[in-house]
Design a protein around this ligand. Structure first.
Ligand code: HEC
Length: 117
């Protein structure tokens, strides 16, 4: 019995720590955003990056400070980044980020939230 309690205590400490070890980092996410997103969505997310100018009206990148069509919660935002626009019924011009680790995706999402009004 004693040993079992010790094991349970150790496992709970490990579980508690593992969730504390990773907290999404908006600063790291911002660096990735600058490399992968701002050319379309703009530095401040207004949808006005240099590549956006080449995309026809009606197909423009979303203004990330405003309401989203699909990525309305973290799980759906993750899915959008993993599958790309085409994978969730949005424009294929919104590219998948499937080469990124889950942690990087969480960091990007944390950064994009700082752009919201
Ligand atoms: C090549 C240009 C391009 C790049 C690069 C790009 N996007 Fe997009 N993004 C788009 C377009 C176009 C849409 C609009 C899709 C639509 O309306 O169907 C969009 C839509 C979105 C949306 C709104 C989804 C919704 O549910 O309304 C989010 C959030 C988003 N992008 C985040 C990102 C993030 C984060 C990155 C970088 C990892 C990124 N995008 C990179 C073009 C791009």
């Amino acid at each position: 019995m004693k040993i079992q309690h010790t094991v349970i205590a150790v496992v709970s400490v490990l579980l508690a720590n593992s969730s504390a070890v990773f907290a999404a980092d908006a600063t790291k996410g911002g660096a990735l955003y600058a490399q992968r997103c701002s050319m379309c969505h703009g530095d401040k997310g207004a949808g006005d990056g240099p590549v956006a100018a080449t995309i026809p009206e009606g197909m423009k990148p979303r203004n990330l400070t405003e309401t989203y069509k699909y990525a309305t919660d973290d799980a759906k935002f993750k899915e959008l980044l993993q599958k790309g626009g085409a994978g969730v019924g949005l424009s294929p011009l919104m590219p998948a980020q499937s080469d990124l680790k889950a942690e990087d995706i969480d960091n990007i999402i944390a950064f994009v939230k700082t752009l919201k009004k």
